[in-house]
Write a protein of this length. Sequence first.
Length: 170
Amino acid sequence: MPWSNPLYKVRSGRLAPEFIAVRLLLPDTSAPMAVPVLVDGLQDEAALRERARDIALTNAKGIAHSVEVLAELGLVQSASVEVKVHRASSLFKLYILNRAEAFFGFYPLRERTVAISGDSHTFFDVTGKDTTLFHHAMGPDGSSLGSQYVQQAQTWFDSVWSTIAYERQP
């Protein structure tokens, strides 16, 4: 994960930031979304959204723990993780590091069948673990492709964060 490499560098002493601030935008699974949905009729299923919530919460807690440990060990003066949710399905993955680098990848959709509370559910879901991430970095000037990409990715993130995102457990 792009976020984990810098954390490893802090733990090993190769990076020494004063603070770490992480902001996570996640889908609000309390309402129907485009995915996950049942294959049959593309219908919403609350159990699938609950499953998606559990996965997102597990990942968010893992990130928060990794960052908070750095402060507990005294490797950074302060560390924070903020989480907001929004009412759109996550169809891509975006990491922005220090407003200087962006990693972007699409979540392909796939058909899956899982048992939830003893019932089998066949549904369309996003595939995130094996997503190919494309790296973009700020260049020597603001007109380079990398610079424009990072700036636009940050603008998009900030616009969602400050308008339609809100605080709630994922």
